[in-house]
Design a protein around this ligand. Sequence first.
Ligand SMILES: [Zn+2]
Length: 417
Amino acid sequence: MATTRPHLDLNIDGVVAELETLARISEAEPPVVTRVVFSEADQRARAYVKDLCSQAGLTITEDAIGNTFARWPGTEPDLAPVGTGSHIDAIPNAGLYDGCVGVLGGLEAIRVLQQLGFKPQRSIELVIFTAEEPTRFGIGCLGSRMMSGVLTPEQALALRDREGRGLEELRTAAGFSSSIESVALRPGRFEQFIELHIEQGPLLEEEGIDVGLVTHIAAPASMRILVEGEGGHAGTRLMPGRKDALAAAAELILALETAAKATGAIDTVATVGICDVFPGAVNSIPSRVRLETDIRDIDAARRDRVMETLRSACADISSRRGATITTELINADPPATCDKEILGALEDSAKAAGKSYKKMVSRAYHDSLFMARIAPVAMLFIPCRDGVSHRPDEYASPQWIGSGVHVLARTLAVLAG
Ligand SMILES: [Zn+2]
């Protein structure tokens, strides 16, 4: 059926060239991208992207930790802006699309609307978040965590990298010296926020779908569990009365798996990714085990029930086996539900653009998870080859990027009015 599908004159070759230029600003040899926050490469990458934003006539401000806001003023500049954006930092040995597609794709969406002569009522603001990746400080989404107030300035200032350098030292060395108290944004600072991102999973490509409309962002809770039993000689210490810490830990791992499956929800996942055994000798009964768990869901209450089940399993196994089991909650970020109005606008835009779409869950977490604390948010996914991400061979085709930018541009136009 021939419908009106106004053509958007996207310059996707230009976006790809910009992505490639950004990728060459790396601490590793191309094609490997490594760009840790506040490194020299991160500084150069920021300068490059800010320069592109300036060329597009955007007004740039930065906060005390380098979160960057590039604003296209609307005709009513006092109204809260519609935000879009993502991150440009990259874990060691990464590729060139994670985060960067959302930043440079967001910029292209703004540029194409400018070229159309569109005059948004609300300002449209491109956001480049500081340190989405946990590489330096061991905590993900530093910028958006602080913007949303989830991470307080005191907690942030206590962060240290592996060399023992703190956020204060690193941010000032990078040229960010305003008050760290001013990073947190008030709810309402953004009217809405949309993040364009590669899926980092295989579904869209497998199903041949142009874009994914993210309805929920799952969030992890992680718990550290220390099991203390009694060591001894593996030969002379007979089975009765043993307090084998690893055998107790094994029960715990299975109890967690059972608890996650028992919710009956496909979105509940639980993993024990770390199991440190002490003393770790073949002829010695393990006396101490440290487990680290990652429990995720899109439903916070359901996830918390799994955590509760795990805690009661700890108590039960401890009393049956005479081992001491202690738990420490490392973090429990709340999952986010995406905003219906934005999702509706994304859906309408996908239809108008002639792009196929499906609703889906983001099982990785993103800056949008934290932005959801202070603004209505949604995410727009594009396919990535074989679902590969966080690797140098991460790839999204120009066509996939074009679909994402097209739908984003239309949606921004609708929301900014
Ligand atoms: Zn990312």
